[in-house]
Design a protein around this ligand. Structure first.
Ligand code: GLV
Ligand code: GLV
Length: 320
């Protein structure tokens, strides 16, 4: 018999085609992600779980899944998974880096430019019928050429953003636990402290994973260090930023604008005060949301799962 697998949300056809013939899979077909009780029930007799960031994968879940061997996460980030608990239960965790690097970097740059040029505000102004005249100081925004981009987290995605920024004539500095000499050379990027990055950058973009060291990395102290003309872009995880402090920073103009794809709570509640601010450009967690990228993620998540269950070493294991 084929190994039993549960897939927590519908994946693209490319991924399902791979699963067919290799595993006996059941997939959540409801809206969004399965609720906790459903998930705990569905994992009871599975050897594999294809998971998404929306569900917490923790010690309690592992205790409900005595046959579970592998969790294959359909995402690069895996902060929803308790890696220590997985280790204790002897469960392999996989993820899907690389295939979403360029799409996510594109979205970060999209938010950067949209915030800089007030794309959404201007578009709404036009559609409301308020564009009745043209004048030289209407809706002025910020330049990119000659400005400094500070990149927090200089992994694959951070470096892909740097490559785009270089093409726009920006200078680049980064903050990362380790030095990246090859990327420094390629992109002319300078490694600096977080404080220096915040104090000197015209744009700050976040590309670090969410973990203990990065939770609320950008709080009131950090926001107060930034230039009043600075723009903050976040396509990583909402909890890397203290969202309350960010709201204060944007409404009191400690910084000029923000472009956000991620939030402390997702979907973001409509009464979130950030959403009332005109200088905030928002997207509903869409970093990897392209046909190519999501196709690649579904294929990779399926392949990692199959490899683990068939006794081969998957391409991307988080806890080798
Ligand atoms: C999405 O947020 C991911 O981590 O891939
Ligand atoms: C504006 O449209 C210009 O031509 O400068």
């Amino acid at each position: 018999a084929l190994p039993k697998v549960y897939v927590t949300q519908r994946i693209l056809k490319e991924g399902m085609d791979l699963l067919n013939g290799h595993v006996d899979y059941k997939m959540w077909r409801g809206e969004g992600a399965p609720d906790r009780a459903t998930l705990l029930r569905e994992v009871q007799d599975v050897e594999g779980l294809l998971s998404m960031p929306a569900n917490a994968i923790d010690d309690e879940l592992f205790s409900h899944a005595p046959k579970l061997k592998v969790v294959s996460q359909h995402a690069v980030g895996f902060d929803n998974i308790d890696i220590e608990a997985a280790k204790r239960h002897g469960i392999m965790i996989c993820n899907t880096p690389d295939v979403l690097t360029d799409a996510t970097a594109d979205l970060a740059f999209t938010l950067l430019l949209a915030a800089a040029r007030r794309l959404v505000e201007c578009s709404e102004y036009l559609r409301r019928g308020q564009w009745t005249t043209w004048y030289p100081d209407m809706w002025l925004g910020m330049d990119t050429a000659g400005k400094k981009l500070g990149i927090v987290g200089f992994g694959q995605i951070g470096q892909a953003v740097a490559r785009r920024a270089k093409g726009f004539g920006m200078s680049i500095c980064y903050y990362n636990p380790s030095a990246k000499p090859a990327a420094e050379k390629e992109l002319g990027a300078q490694r600096v402290s977080l404080d220096k990055l915040l104090q000197t950058s015209d744009y700050v973009t976040l590309h670090c994973p969410l973990k203990d060291e990065t939770r609320s990395l950008i709080g009131e102290r950090e926001l107060r260090m930034m230039k009043p003309t600075a723009i903050l872009v976040n396509t990583s995880r909402g909890l890397v930023v203290d969202q309350k402090a960010l709201c204060k920073a944007l409404s009191e103009k400690w910084i000029w604008a923000a472009g956000l794809d991620v939030f402390a709570k997702e979907p973001v509640p409509l009464d979130e005060p950030l959403l009332t601010l005109p200088n905030v450009t928002v997207m509903p967690h869409m970093g990897s949301a392209t046909y190519d990228s999501r196709g690649g993620m579904s294929r990779l998540a399926a392949q990692n799962l199959i490899d683990a269950l068939e006794g081969r070493q998957p391409l991307y294991v988080v806890n080798p």
